[in-house]
Design a protein around this ligand. Sequence first.
Ligand SMILES: NC(=O)c1ccc[n+]([C@@H]2O[C@H](COP(=O)([O-])OP(=O)(O)OC[C@H]3O[C@@H](n4cnc5c(N)ncnc54)[C@H](OP(=O)(O)O)[C@@H]3O)[C@@H](O)[C@H]2O)c1
Length: 292
Amino acid sequence: MNAAVTTPVTLGASSLGTRPGAATLADALLASPLGNVDTSNNYAGGRSEAALGEAIRRAGGLPAGKLVYSKADSDGDTGVFDGDRVRRSLAESLERLGLDSLPLYQLHDPYTIGFDEAMASGGAVPALLALREEGAIGAIGIASGTMAQVHEYVETGVFDVVLSHNRFTLVDRSAEPTFVRARELGMTVFNAAPFGGGTLANGSDTYGYHAMPAAFAAHLSRVRELAAEWSVELAAAALQFSLRHPLVDTTVVGVSSLERLAALPALIEAAVPDGFFEAVERLGPPPASGND
Ligand SMILES: NC(=O)c1ccc[n+]([C@@H]2O[C@H](COP(=O)([O-])OP(=O)(O)OC[C@H]3O[C@@H](n4cnc5c(N)ncnc54)[C@H](OP(=O)(O)O)[C@@H]3O)[C@@H](O)[C@H]2O)c1
C-alpha cells in the first residue's frame, strides 16, 4: 500500500464555493504554507473543486510541494455509487482541478450503498484499487462519519488512509478504536473537524452538524469552564488536542474564510499547558455526542 504524504494541518475546503469570495480564498488556500488542501467531488456541488482548479490555473500550476486531495462521491441525482461512478467522479474532479492525477482519492460517505455492494466486482472499491494500480491516484482512503461503517472498510486492509470527522476531538473520542486499528494496518490517519464542525471555535450550539444531547452539552460546558479557569483559548486547545495526538497524522481543519485562515497560526502556536489537557481527561470519558 502507498502511504499518503501529509502535512500536520490539512486545510479543509468543504465550504469553499458556498460563500462570496471563493476565488480569493482558493488562491489563499493554495498559497498557504500551512498545509495541503482537502476537497471532494460534491463539496458545494462541485464549486469547491472548481474554485481550486481556477486558482491552480491562475498560479500556473500547483505550487511546489502543495498537494490537493479529493474524494469520490455518489451520483448526486441517482445515488448510484458503483465502479463506473467512481471513474466518472475522478474524471470530473481531474477536469475541475485541471490536474492529471491526484495523490489521494477517497471513498466519500458511501451511504447509498451497502458494504458488500461497494466491495463486489464492479463496485466502488475495486474501481479505486484499479485506479491506484493504473497510477491515476496515488493512495486511496475511506472518508466517512458513521464509525461502524468506517471500521468495516478499514478492516478490509486495502485502504491507505482513513478519514473520520468530529469523532476524535477534545470532547469526543469515539473514533479512537478505529484509528488504533488503522495504525495497526499501516494506514495514514486524517482527523477531520477538530472543532466539532465549529462549536469548539465559534461557540455554535451544534456539534458534528447536529443538536447536542443534554449530557454531551453539559460535558462541553465543563470543558469551557476549564478553558476559562486555565485562561486557554478553547479553539487553540481543540486544534492542538488533534495536532499533538500520536494517533493522528494530519488534522483537517475547516477554513471558511480568509479571516479563519489568518487565525490558524496563532491557534497552532498558542501555549496550552499540559495541565489543561490533564484536567479535561480527569472529567472522564465524554458522553455520546449524538453522532453514531
Ligand atoms: N466525510 C468527510 O470526508 C468529511 C466530513 C467532514 C469534514 N471533512 C473535512 O474536514 C474539514 C473540516 O470540517 P468542518 O469544517 O466541518 O469542521 P471543523 O474544522 O471542526 O470546523 C470548522 C469551522 O469552525 C469555524 N472556525 C474555524 N476557525 C475558527 C476560528 N479561528 N475562530 C472561530 N471559528 C472558527 C469555522 O466556521 P465559521 O466560519 O462558520 O464560524 C469553520 O467553518 C472539511 O472542510 C472537510 O475538508 C470531511
